[in-house]
Design a protein around this ligand. Structure first.
Ligand code: FAD
Length: 339
């Protein structure tokens, strides 16, 4: 029997069901659920489901979701403030709170969908800022009900990755995050597009930066409330210099970013666009017409439709460029969580 609809819990807007759906409002409530044996295997902890793709229409297991809210000042001095935020706080609500309070550090991360717990799992980033830059520590509860606070160094952060994404941490649930923010103005304007969007501002303010980020994002990315999607679907591939040089000879206008002496990053969106996929659809699944890195649900697509489109795009890119592009989005099967 199809039991719990996850349609409102995945930004692709897929009609997916799960056996059980558990929400909790405190660490103690989570520990109670665990000790009562209600967190049955397999399980999946979700936030807003903005980086997930349910590949089938049924998850045979338990889906957990944190409703731990609250933004509390832990300590402050003249220059900085330390704030504790519940894992279930909507990320952009927290950003908005910081901007209103005059706390610097997360304004470039405005409008990223999802919740604060997931932000710490994913190490979200945008416009030259990664959330790890402002994290002090992460509170967790594991499947044995044990609490543990991880310092930022223990979280092993790297690009869109953390210890919490490792298979060994699958049964570690993030319940809260502590951040350190600046009270003294400190803007990160390393991204040309953001600098340009702010070029008319006489005095730079937190609100102006947030507004500019929101404007840029709205012009480029589909709003999941209007058109189902999970943001950037593929990671930008990193290739050897030899491979990059060969491609550059064939495609002199190919954009790229230097990674280090041996490696170069190529924008996956450009590769997909060159294969003619921008704006094209397979059934109700499509490549977004303004940004080829985003796959969208035109309405009524299934997880299998999105997977089929993703596979077709991957195959085209491989055939044309010899590069294998990999999903950034987490594929969730019928009870098996795979990356
Ligand atoms: C339109 C759009 C734009 C986006 N832009 C960006 C961007 O600019 N930068 C960026 O970095 N990302 C971006 N994303 C991706 C996404 O917003 C982030 O990955 C976000 O952090 C996911 O949050 P979520 O609450 O939806 O988590 P989910 O997608 O539900 O889960 C993500 C992962 O976190 C785990 N998880 C969630 N909550 C917990 C918890 N409390 N404890 C343990 N594990 C947990 C899940 O198991 C899963 O592995 C975008 C997505 C969309 C739809």
């Amino acid at each position: 029997m199809r039991k719990y609809s996850l349609r409102a819990h995945n930004t692709f807007g897929l009609d997916v069901f799960a056996d059980h759906f558990l929400e909790y409002h405190s660490e103690d409530e989570l520990r109670e659920l665990i000790s009562e044996g209600r967190v049955t295997v397999p399980f999946l902890h979700i936030g807003q489901g903005s980086n997930l793709l349910f590949t089938g229409d049924y998850y045979k297991g338990t889906v957990l979701h944190s409703c731990i809210r609250g933004i509390t000042v832990v300590s402050e001095d003249e220059n900085t403030v330390c704030v504790h935020v519940g894992a279930g706080v909507v990320w952009d609500d927290f950003v908005c709170h910081c901007v209103t309070k005059g706390w610097y550090g997360v304004e470039n991360l405005s409008l990223i969908p999802g919740e604060t717990g997931a932000a710490a799992v994913q190490n979200i980033g945008a416009y030259g800022v990664e959330v790890k830059d402002v994290i002090v520590s992460v509170d967790t509860v594991d499947l044995n009900g044990r609490k543990r606070v991880y310092s930022v160094d223990e979280c092993c952060y790297s690009y869109r990755h953390s210890l919490f994404k490792e298979p060994s941490s699958k049964s570690v649930f993030v319940t809260g995050v502590q951040f350190r923010l600046n009270k003294i103005p400190r803007f990160v304007l390393t991204y040309g597009a953001l600098r340009e969007a702010l070029s008319d501002e006489k005095t730079l303010t937190l609100q102006a930066v947030r507004d500019a980020v929101v404007r840029i994002r709205r012009s480029k990315l589909p709003d999941p409330a209007v058109c189902g999607n999970a943001g950037s679907f593929f990671m930008n591939p990193i290739v050897s210099r030899a491979c990059w040089q060969k491609l550059l000879a064939l495609y002199p206008y190919m954009p790229y970013y230097e990674v280090d002496a041996e490696r170069v990053k190529i924008p996956a969106g450009w590769l997909i666009e060159q294969c003619g996929w921008k704006g094209r659809s397979l059934g109700q699944a499509a490549v977004y017409d303004k940004q080829a890195l985003v796959l969208v649900n035109l309405g009524g697509a299934t997880g299998a439709d999105i997977v089929a489109l993703a596979k077709a795009v991957q195959d085209s890119v491989y055939q044309k460029f010899g590069i294998s592009i990999q999903p950034e989005v987490l594929f969730v099967g019928d009870g098996m969580k795979t990356e």
